[in-house]
Design a protein around this ligand. Structure first.
Ligand code: ZNH
Length: 141
């Protein structure tokens, strides 16, 4: 679970990410689609070019959901409950893909905010994204 230090580190860097949700969310998705092409199968209708309208719009949704989670770090499961239903019952996303996307979100943040991305911030974001992944895959069984 996230301790007080983790939460403080997430809260210190997240507003920077949340300030341009389409840009950073879109970059993370694009990195995922390029590095892990099997993830593209979930988005058959997307234009897969960099900064396509669909990638930017979906990136914005993902980052905004993470922003919401960042405001409820003591109850991420509750905050993302509806989204958890969607991913488990409607989209049936393979749970392994959450780790892949989390990795690309970390890389995106690290490249844009190298000064803020110190070791403890990296660790805190890793735990935060893992908790979100757990919340979104908790209804699979
Ligand atoms: Zn997901 C959708 C979030 C991961 C796939 N998503 C979605 C949405 C959101 C999200 C917000 C929208 C919903 C509505 O509309 O209502 N995700 C998210 C997050 C995460 C995720 C936060 C983590 C971090 N997903 C994911 C993954 C995958 C996915 C990993 C695969 C690969 N999603 C998805 C899909 C969808 C979604 C497919 C649908 C889209 C459309 O538009 O169609």
């Amino acid at each position: 679970a996230l301790n007080a230090d983790d939460k403080a580190h997430v809260q210190a860097i997240w507003p920077s990410v949340a300030s341009h949700p389409d840009q950073y969310g879109g970059e993370a998705l694009y990195r995922m689609f390029v590095s892990s092409p099997q993830t593209k199968t979930y988005f058959p209708n997307f234009d897969m070019h960099k900064d396509s309208p669909q990638i930017l719009a979906h990136g914005k949704k993902v980052v905004n959901a993470l922003t919401e989670a960042s405001k409820h770090m003591d109850d991420i499961d509750g905050a993302l409950s509806k989204l958890s239903d969607l991913h488990a019952y409607d989209m049936r996303v393979d749970p392994g893909n959450f780790k892949i996307l989390a990795h690309h979100i970390l890389v995106t943040i690290a490249t844009h905010f190298p000064d803020k991305f110190d070791c403890l911030t990296h660790q805190a974001l890793d735990k935060f994204l893992a908790a979100v992944g757990t919340a979104l895959t908790s209804k699979y069984r």
